[in-house]
Design a protein. Structure first.
Length: 104
């Protein structure tokens, strides 16, 4: 189950990487001088990286919460199913005690 949590974070990481690469590509393809681009990147890159990290951490936390909730629901349903199965088994035993099967 730990792999499920890592998988969700992995997809988000790949998404953020793609978004970052797309943004950088757009930035470098704009008609500016290299000096203007370097100045723009120097001012914005640390802020953008910090914000991206915050968003990734928040999304990973939410994914973990959803995973925990779904795990709890699964365990509850499993317990209900086990209880119903045991009740059915006990009812069958009671009926077999009342009316033993006859051969022939």
């Amino acid at each position: 189950m730990a792999n499920d949590r890592d998988g969700g974070g992995g997809y988000l990481g790949w998404f953020l990487l793609g978004a970052t690469l797309g943004g950088l590509t757009a930035l470098f393809l704009t008609p500016r001088t290299g000096e203007e681009n370097r100045g723009y990147l120097g001012d914005r890159s640390s802020e953008l990286a910090r914000r991206a990290q915050e968003l990734a951490t928040e999304a990973q936390g939410r994914a973990g919460e959803w995973l925990d909730k779904s795990r709890e629901l699964f365990e509850e349903q499993t317990q209900r199913l086990k209880g119903a199965f045991e009740a059915g088994r006990e009812a069958m035993r009671d009926e077999m005690r009342k009316n033993p099967p006859t051969l022939g």
